[in-house]
Design a protein around this ligand. Structure first.
Ligand SMILES: NC(=O)c1ccc[n+]([C@@H]2O[C@H](COP(=O)([O-])OP(=O)(O)OC[C@H]3O[C@@H](n4cnc5c(N)ncnc54)[C@H](OP(=O)(O)O)[C@@H]3O)[C@@H](O)[C@H]2O)c1
Length: 349
């Protein structure tokens, strides 16, 4: 029997991804996350993955065969030059996002770029400036912001139901100690850009840019960060946000928003489709969505960000209101400051 007696209020939901107009997508980089994108997006939206590129033609062919993609290119240049494509999904390691996004924009293609958007804020600014000049769409693939629980959660926070927000906390730890990309300084590895970007973006989506950033953490023997705690304060509010991330151990991956009148606890992993519970100081707690306890929410989730890109492009918008350029720039600036305090510099920056 659930202790969540109260019924949640009616909360907004994201627009149906199946109703977004179709775009013709090319995937740049045939790696792990590209596979998830290729599996999930076409089956949950009307977006069409029509081409993929790898640095290796055989890898591109194998990826295309696995995912039923018609066009396979053995170079990224050939992919972005395909006049049939509308938009390129950049799915390479962090150190290449800047170069590959600029490659696609120079070829006249809109871009969805995996998180973390680039290695640093200067690279991010150059990508957005180029998109602006060329009249093209660009967005960081921070898919969490588009998920149903985040749309509902932001509406609750904006309604004032929590009272004054005093604390935001979010955590992302995974055991990724054998994943080469995370261990490699030249691929801009480490916990922060891969995992810490989620809790920092969560805090940013509720509180905006911080006034102060204080980081504590540890580095590996080759100088990428393995784990960190970041404390943020704000000019326009008394709130404090705490972001923790690590790549050695699987943590609770939960998030919370604490207000004077109520608290929200987001079930881990907070960055995937999930549930949250609102506990008021006075009254009964309620869960969103009001599924039975233990019942999994609908998995997937990449379709929402892809639908956002499709809607924006079809309406002639160059950026998303949910994941605007300024938000990416401010989160990147925060991560630059965290790295400065921890002493992390990527080769070639
Ligand atoms: N949204 C999410 O849930 C999520 C989850 C995991 C990762 N990501 C993000 O997705 C991006 C890619 O991560 P991933 O885990 O998919 O990485 P991955 O499996 O290592 O794949 C990256 C791909 O990038 C290409 N690449 C180009 N130059 C490379 C180089 N010098 N070294 C290695 N690979 C190179 C490779 O493709 P080709 O060999 O085919 O050219 C490789 O397969 C990162 O930004 C990461 O943070 C997002």
């Amino acid at each position: 029997m659930s202790h969540l007696a109260a019924t949640p209020p009616s909360l907004p939901a994201p627009a149906d991804p199946l109703e977004a107009p179709p775009l013709r997508w090319g995937i740049l980089g045939a790696g792990g996350i590209a596979g998830r994108f290729a599996r999930e997006v076409p089956s949950r939206s009307r977006q069409q993955i029509v081409a993929v590129a790898s640095r290796d033609q055989q890898r591109a062919d194998a990826f295309a065969a696995t995912h039923g993609i018609g066009r396979a290119y053995g170079s990224y240049e050939s992919l972005v030059g395909d006049p049939y494509l509308d938009v390129i999904y950049v799915a390479t390691p962090h150190s290449f996002h800047h170069r590959h996004a600029l490659l696609a924009l120079a070829a006249g293609k809109h871009v969805l770029v995996e998180k973390a958007f680039t290695r640093n804020v200067a690279e991010a600014r150059e990508v957005f400036d180029t998109a602006r000049e060329r009249g093209l769409f660009a967005m960081e693939a921070m898919w969490t912001r588009f998920l149903p629980h985040m749309v509902a959660l932001r509406a609750v926070v904006e309604s004032g139901a929590l009272g004054e927000i005093l604390a935001v906390g979010a955590d992302h730890g995974q055991r990724l100690d054998t994943v080469e990309r995370l261990l490699a300084p030249d691929l801009a590895g480490g916990a922060l850009l891969d995992l810490g970007v989620y809790p920092l973006s969560f805090a940013h989506s509720l509180l905006g840019a911080p006034a102060t950033v204080h980081a504590a953490g540890s580095l590996t023997d080759v100088g990428v960060d393995s784990h960190e705690a970041v404390t943020l304060t704000y000019e326009s509010s008394r709130a404090i946000a705490v972001s923790t991330s690590n790549m050695w151990a699987r943590s609770a991956t939960t998030a919370s928003v604490v207000g004077t009148d109520a608290r929200i606890d987001v079930a881990g992993p907070f960055f995937q489709p999930t549930t949250f519970v609102l506990s008021p100081i006075h009254g009964e707690p309620w869960q969103w969505p009001p599924t039975a306890e233990g019942q999994a929410v609908d998995p997937g989730g990449f379709e929402y960000q892809a639908a956002e890109v499709a809607r924006a492009v079809s309406e002639g918008r160059q950026e998303s209101a949910t994941m605007p350029w300024q938000a990416t720039l401010e989160v990147m600036a925060t991560m630059d400051e965290v790295r400065r305090q921890l002493g992390v510099v990527y080769p070639g920056e």
